[in-house]
Design a protein around this ligand. Structure first.
Ligand code: NAD
Length: 258
């Protein structure tokens, strides 16, 4: 379905980004991966998910505009531009506001929010020229509701929800769409850290901390998976979704229905 398209998925060496990159690859899209850690391993996993596709990688630090610009030039030069842009890279830090380190605030806003402005502004000219594009922002249930001790994350995710709507309006009369996905809990390294902190603080086994963490927010009592989020990204990339514009789509086991 996506043969001939190129998807750039930021933060795709792990977790949700890797799941979305694999799902798009399975539909025939070429993929440009990004993120820290095991780049070769991620590239190999994405390549295995597709057949006859090209898989590239750029290690831009998404907190740095100049590195993002370099990544977008690489996409233009080696892949003829980005057709499907998935803004997924993200980090978390948990502390009350009056103890929140200012440098963590800046990093979360830069990586979880400002990076999407840079990739979007740089991807749009070629998407508009082709009159086809898909921008998928990985927000969070924390783009819709708040939790204590996550001030920077909640601010960034509410911000990206607003940015998604503006992008959708500015592209409304083109073949470019912009939407956000709002996952609930997904058991990735980002959440594993929070599970372990909870187990330690409460002196309970990790398995119990995992169950408690999910049930506190998600009526389903089950984690969302990167594969399920990948399937949603594939739908949003499809022709059937061409009039899905500015949707803020939660996949969260019922979290925000309460
Ligand atoms: P993860 O830690 O497994 O993956 C994060 C990815 O971002 C990694 O590839 C990492 O290398 C990359 N990354 C981090 N900082 C970067 C930087 N400065 N430059 C480039 N890449 C960077 O986390 P995840 O849970 O898969 O999170 C992915 C996205 O999903 C994030 O935006 C997160 O906020 C969002 N999200 C996660 C959950 C969840 O429960 N896990 C829920 C809702 C939303």
């Amino acid at each position: 379905m996506l043969k001939g398209k190129t998807a750039l998925v930021t933060g795709s060496t792990s977790g949700i980004g890797l799941g979305i990159a694999q799902a798009l690859a399975a539909q025939g899209a070429n993929v440009i991966a990004n993120g820290f850690g095991d780049a070769d391993g991620a590239k190999a996993e994405i390549a295995r998910a597709g057949s006859g596709i090209q898989v590239g990688y750029h290690g831009a630090d998404m907190s740095k505009a100049t590195e993002i610009e370099d990544m977008m030039r690489y996409a233009e030069k080696d892949f003829g531009g980005v057709d499907i842009l998935v803004n997924n890279a993200g980090i978390q830090f948990v502390a009350p506001i009056d103890e929140f380190p200012a440098d963590r605030w800046d990093a979360i806003i830069a990586i979880n929010l400002t990076s999407a402005f840079h990739t979007t502004r740089l991807a749009l000219p070629s998407m508009k020229a082709k009159n086809w594009g898909r921008i998928i922002n990985v927000a969070s249930t924390h783009g819709l509701v708040a939790s204590a001790n996550k001030s920077a994350y909640v601010a960034a995710k509410h911000g990206i929800v607003g940015f998604t709507k503006v992008t959708a309006l500015e592209t409304a009369q083109t073949g470019v769409t912009a939407n956000a996905i709002c996952p609930g809990w997904v058991l990735t390294p980002l959440v594993q850290k929070q599970v372990e902190a909870r187990a330690q603080q409460q002196g309970i086994p990790v398995e119990q901390a995992k169950r408690d963490l999910v049930l506190e927010k998600q009526p389903s009592g089950q984690f969302v998976t990167p594969e399920e989020l990948g399937a949603l990204a594939v739908f949003l990339s499809s022709e059937a979704a061409r009039q899905v514009r500015g949707a803020i789509w939660n996949m969260d086991g019922g979290w925000v229905a309460q």
